[in-house]
Design a binder for this molecule. Structure first.
Ligand code: ARG
Length: 569
């Protein structure tokens, strides 16, 4: 669509000079002023004349009428005046041909803004706290984070995905104490995260009765920080057990990280940060702890070292940012976490800025809202948590039931059930603006009829099946036969690039999810209203080309939001 907008903007630019003898805003700006009318009956594109009114000293309707006189432009078949608007209808033959040629040339790169060439982005996402449950609250950081990674990759950026594991802190002291006192080595080794969580919960129960356990835990953690071999071995064990389990979930989502360097890699680098802050006169001692005062910026102080000199979440984050800048020389470093951590990031980003590093402006925090399931809020403390793993298996089971009933002979049934079950959850989650608080309803997510993941994947499979049945499609095609459904489908296809740009600009994968639904609607309209395989030769070719284009774009779009695309469902 951008090509049409640009061509039209140039035509409007010359027209304004021709009719008014005045220099209008440059074509790029005019292109941005073009709108999509709410109802395609009015036109496919509209140009509002209100902003030109002052410079041209004329009422918007008059301007529109004057500009409409003998305006001619490629791709545009009709131009009409409605109040202060110029409405344009697109010439379907020329336009569909343009879109189809473009997509055939670019293939899977169709829609990429290609703005990331030569640039590097580090994305820090998922990053669960080891030995604590990997629950539905992590769905956001995991899928928003990965979708942002895929979007940046699609735009040509070199991406480094980092899982900044919460693998350091006093909780490991607690785990070590609990393991030695109550842990059954065999049970723990085979018990996955559940076994670790059990120990963690047991520790808290016992510590309620006997507070000295907390001191013991602190002492064990200090030993760990000092490199005690036995403690390090246990820490590694907890880490391995957790990672093994996380990987199952990551595999289901098709996620791979480039680095699993978590907090444990930075505790020994954070003291240097404190040293530098001291040299730069930014460090203040407050009640024994080292802090950076941020009063001037209306924020509470950023804690750098605790009373006992040990490092903490913010100082490890600063140390990690230095490490990443030095290692990857990033153009941007993106952190995806719940909105509850917004202050934490604002604080330490400010500290990096105050230290005089201009790349502080390249640190981006991407927050998201809360999740509840079927109306119930999550509460980690009371144990009312839904694990991501369990959520996925419930969805997979339900889909497997449907598949077994409807297509018992489907090849690779298990993989399909997994792709559709997990995809349904992801799609449902990413359908909303990330800042919105979400109430998750599993039944809704899994429906094949609504605006859901299964519906989108099913539409994709429908394209595949049509193309398979069609066999070879002739290369020549007369797009003059295209009617309204074809034109509207081609227009939707052509808008993909704009949605990708919006998603990148606002770090908002939901643009893609909603785009997928628009594309499915436009496609299914053609599918239901028009014959495809049994249509006359020329028409058949044109429609099949549109099916192929839909398949390409729908496939790319689904992949961008971490969804798999089975050919058959
Ligand atoms: N481990 C943290 C949590 O689960 C998230 C870490 C986010 N990344 C970071 N660099 N702070 O809350």
């Amino acid at each position: 669509m951008q090509a049409v907008k640009n061509t039209l903007a140039k035509a409007l630019y010359s027209q304004i000079i021709g009719k008014f003898g005045k220099e209008p805003p440059p074509p790029e700006q005019l292109a941005e002023m073009l709108e999509y009318p709410p109802d395609p009956q009015m036109g496919h594109l509209a140009f509002p004349c209100f902003k030109l009114s002052r410079d041209l000293r004329m009422g918007p309707p008059m301007i529109a009428a004057k500009l409409a006189e003998d305006l001619s432009c490629d791709y545009i078949s009709e131009c009409s005046v409605a109040g202060g608007y110029l409405n344009f209808r697109i010439d379907s033959a020329a336009f569909v041909k343009h879109v189809m040629t473009d997509i055939e040339k670019k293939g899977e790169r169709f829609g990429s803004p290609e703005c990331g060439q030569g640039k590097t982005v580090v994305l820090d996402y998922s990053s669960p706290n080891v030995a604590k449950p990997f629950h539905i609250g992590h769905l956001g950081t995991t899928v928003i984070g990965h979708a942002l990674r895929l979007l940046h990759e699609f735009a040509g950026y070199k991406c480094v995905g980092v899982n900044h594991l919460g693998d350091w802190g006093t909780q490991f002291g607690k785990m070590i104490v609990a393991y030695r006192k109550w842990g059954d080595p065999e049970k723990v080794a085979n018990g996955g995260c559940d076994g670790l969580v059990e120990l963690y919960v047991k520790f808290h129960e016992e510590a309620e009765k006997d507070a000295s356990l907390n001191d013991e835990a602190r002492a064990e953690f200090t030993k760990l920080e000092q490199g005690d071999e036995e403690n390090l071995k246990l820490w590694q064990l907890f880490l391995d057990i957790s990672l093994k389990e996380y990987r199952i979930t990551y595999d289901q989502l098709g996620i791979e990280f480039d680095s699993y360097m978590g907090e444990s890699h930075y505790f020994d680098k954070a003291p240097a940060v404190a040293e530098e802050l001291k040299e730069k006169g930014l460090l203040v001692i407050d009640d024994g702890a080292s802090i950076v005062n941020l009063d001037e910026y209306n924020m509470p102080p950023c804690l750098i070292l605790k009373k006992d000199g040990s490092t903490i979440y913010p100082s490890r984050d600063i140390a990690a940012a230095f490490y990443r800048k030095n290692t990857y020389d990033f153009d941007k470093c993106i952190y995806v976490t719940s909105a509850g951590q917004s202050l934490h990031f604002a604080q330490w980003f400010k500290v990096v800025e105050l230290m005089g590093y201009d790349w502080a402006k390249d640190l981006v925090h991407v927050p998201y809202g809360t999740v509840s399931i079927n109306g119930e809020k999550l509460a980690t403390r009371t144990g009312n948590v839904i694990l991501l793993r369990d959520l996925f298996s419930t969805a997979i089971e339900k889909v497997a039931g449907i598949v077994n009933e409807k297509s018992p002979d489907l090849e690779g049934k298990e993989q399909v059930a997994e792709a559709v079950g997990v995809g349904a959850i992801v799609f449902h989650y990413l359908a909303n603006n990330r800042m919105r608080d979400i109430n998750f309803n599993i039944e809704d997510a899994l429906s094949f009829d609504g605006n859901t993941g299964p519906y989108a994947q099913y539409t994709y499979a429908r394209c595949c099946s049509l193309l398979e049945k069609a066999g070879e499609i002739s290369t020549d095609c007369d797009y003059g036969v295209c009617g309204t459904p074809e034109l509207e489908l081609a227009m939707t296809v052509s808008r993909f690039g704009e949605r990708v740009e919006d998603a990148l600009k606002e770090y908002e994968p939901s643009y893609i999810t909603r785009y997928i639904l628009d594309l499915c609607t436009a496609f299914n309209r053609m599918y239901h209203e028009c014959k495809i395989l049994n249509a006359e030769d020329e028409v058949r070719t044109a429609r099949l080309k549109l099916v192929a284009a839909t398949k390409t774009v729908l496939g790319t779009a689904l992949h961008l939001i971490c969804m798999k695309t089975p050919n058959k469902i």
